[in-house]
Design a protein around this ligand. Structure first.
Ligand SMILES: *Cc1c(COP(=O)(O)O)cnc(C)c1O
Length: 217
């Protein structure tokens, strides 16, 4: 547990998979964590974080960036269309592009600004009704639609169903990315990031294993 331990485990998993050291980016998921825990990880030199809530991130990162310099922050939670504007100005990447209305909004904002965060399409690999994400059968069409809007797609993201072996979901996501010519794979969390790296993850999203358990109080 802790940043050093998880970083070492990421490096070991890269090596075990025959992948280059540093080919996997470790996103430290800081949502809902007390500020002192986030500061401690920044003081250890880590510069890539993940957040789930626009408002929480907007209240935290401008100050922390002023204090610590350039820090990349990725949006990994569901994004409401009416928060897209704040998100585009705050985040370096958005991992949760999951519907045409959001893609259209992001495309308009990108056009206005002349730049756009890196984008990942979230895929609902388990086809769970309560979960966000494009259904696997709709993915190729959605990617095509995003590209027609000139959106800069970096890759795909998934959150496998809880209590299921994540391996098949990671493999499915890797296959869909390859088929669509996308190199980024955002997959793997505290409990399964090593399996995700074995399956080709380029971005793992690890929260509690770095910071400790979240207290939603
Ligand atoms: C909270 C969250 C994580 C981190 O979960 P841990 O189990 O604490 O590592 C990763 N991805 C997403 C999308 C999350 O919402």
């Amino acid at each position: 547990m802790g940043l050093a331990d998880i970083t070492a485990r990421v490096r070991a998993a890269e090596a075990a998979a025959g992948r280059a050291a540093g080919s996997v980016q470790l996103i430290a998921v800081s949502k809902v964590q007390p500020l002192e825990r986030v500061v401690a990880v920044l003081e250890q030199g880590h510069r890539l974080f993940g957040e789930n809530y626009v408002q929480e991130a907007a209240g935290k990162w401008p100050d922390l960036r002023a204090r610590f310099g350039a820090v990349a922050v990725h949006m990994i939670g569901p994004l409401q269309t009416n928060k897209a504007k704040v998100a585009v100005d705050l985040f370096d990447a958005i991992h949760t592009v999951d519907r045409p209305s959001l893609a259209e909004k992001l495309a308009r904002l990108a056009q206005e600004r002349g730049r756009c965060p890196a984008l990942f399409v979230q895929v609902n690999t388990g086809e769970e009704p309560q979960k966000a994400g494009v259904l696997p059968a709709d993915l190729d069409g959605f990617v095509e639609r995003c590209r027609a809007m000139d959106l800069p797609l970096s890759g795909l993201m998934c959150i496998p169903p809880e209590g299921e072996d994540a391996g098949p979901h990671f493999a499915m996501l890797a296959g869909m990315a390859a088929r669509n010519g996308l190199s980024g794979l955002s997959m793997g969390m505290s409990g399964d990031f090593e399996a995700a790296i074995a399956a080709g993850a380029t971005h793992v999203r690890v929260g509690s294993a770095i910071f400790g358990a979240r207290n939603y109080g």
